[in-house]
Design a protein. Structure first.
Length: 392
């Protein structure tokens, strides 16, 4: 029986790999999960009442692109957050942002670029859907190191011209998963200028934009507007999973230029799964409210202050600018994760599981990713055990 070869070199996904590494071993203490980026702060109080008031909406097919009210709420949030006006017809509600990050590549990546196989750029390490999307469309994924040497953001401009001329799409994540690096306005402006010179689109994953330490991270929409960039160069993704502690709602949005959005919406009409109507009503309220976001952010900021104190003096420790992960240096990520689990019960993710090996080097191998999503006291205990076990 024949199967496609384009996915044959995919490693197991990060969490099945982690289970294979750890689950044959007993935890060395009360288990504390610090692996998955699943927010555990309280959901907004309005979720239940809105769902209850709209249960009949499960009895109808939902609007494909998002209700007018939801699109208006998203547009209003973009205007408040970034000072940019984005018309409703340049927006689409997503059934989870991963859907959008995947399907936008299918909708927008050409079959060839300059008569050759197109390239899709992505940081390394990265959110794994980027690579699968590139492979799905027959493009060549190019994994660009995002290491301490580059400020934990990819230096796409350093690539050879013959590679850049084949680029169709470039993914960027800010604040970055897993390192928490925040792309400055200058970085984003340079990336847009590079996209203009080499004729490619930038797909900006900004799902962690509302979890920041000192200042709101800039967004690609505002940078593009400020420099008058072609709207078709920019495709931006946001989510309620992290912002509003609603990972199970599976709700986000994509914003793009008119032609790009037309193609994204058309593909959704044939092959997508729109968000159920009651969930769209919840999302509408979530984008319109900032109080719950401010309260949740304050909890993350408190946990980051705890991390700064616990790891004070640790060589290589770097306080992230945003997101809710620590990217901690170790000699070997798998060995550290196994030792930590067996000796303390703390469960973390080896950095190599989020990266690809290029030229014999995996930029995540010497790191572990630690999610600060649990309540503050539990997070403190986990970080203290980690420090004593790995760095003590």
């Amino acid at each position: 029986m024949a199967f496609p070869e384009r996915f044959s070199n995919l490693p197991d996904y990060a969490f099945p790999r982690l289970r294979k590494l750890l689950d044959a071993h007993a935890p060395g203490g009360e288990p504390i999960a610090m692996t998955i980026g699943e927010p555990r702060h309280a959901m907004p109080e309005f979720v239940g009442p809105i769902l209850a008031a709209n249960l009949s909406g499960f009895g109808v097919y939902p609007p494909n692109d998002g209700t007018p009210e939801l699109l208006s709420a998203i547009s209003g949030w973009i205007a408040r957050r970034y000072g940019v006006t984005v018309a409703d017809d340049r927006l689409m509600a997503l059934n989870g942002t991963r859907e959008g990050l995947f399907n936008a590549c299918i909708a927008l990546c050409p079959e060839t670029k300059a008569g050759k196989t197109p390239v899709v750029l992505m940081p390394n390490p990265f959110y794994q859907v980027y690579a699968v999307a590139a492979l799905t469309v027959g493009a060549e994924p190019v994994y660009v190191p995002a290491t301490a040497a580059t400020g934990f953001l990819p230096d796409y401009g350093s690539l050879p011209k013959d590679v850049l001329d084949r680029v169709a799409l470039a993914y960027i994540c800010s604040p970055a998963n897993p390192q928490g690096a925040v792309a400055s306005k200058e970085y984003l402006a340079d990336l847009l200028a590079l996209a203009e010179r080499h004729d490619f689109k930038v797909l900006a994953d900004e799902c962690y934009s509302e979890i920041w330490r000192e200042a709101p991270p800039p967004g690609l929409l505002q940078v593009a507007a400020a420099q008058g960039a072609d709207p078709e160069r920019v495709v931006v993704f946001h989510s309620l999973s992290k912002r509003s502690n609603l990972p199970g709602l599976r709700s986000g949005f994509v914003a793009a230029g008119p032609e790009s959005m037309g193609r994204i919406r058309k593909l959704r009409a044939f092959a997508g799964a729109p968000l159920p109507l009651p969930l769209q009503r919840v999302a509408e309220a979530a984008w319109a409210d900032e109080a719950h976001v401010d309260a949740s952010r304050a909890l993350y900021q408190a946990k980051f202050r705890d991390a700064d104190a616990i790891f004070a003096g640790l060589q290589g420790y770097r306080a992230p600018g945003g997101g809710f992960f620590l990217w901690l240096p170790v000699e070997d990520g798998e060995a550290a994760a196994l030792k930590l689990w067996r000796e303390t019960g703390v469960r973390v993710l080896p950095g190599a599981y989020l990266s690809r090996e290029v030229g014999g080097e995996n930029p995540g191998r010497g790191y572990i990713r630690v999610a600060l999503v649990a309540p503050q006291e539990e997070t403190q205990r986990g970080l203290s055990r980690l420090r004593d076990c790995i760095y003590g």
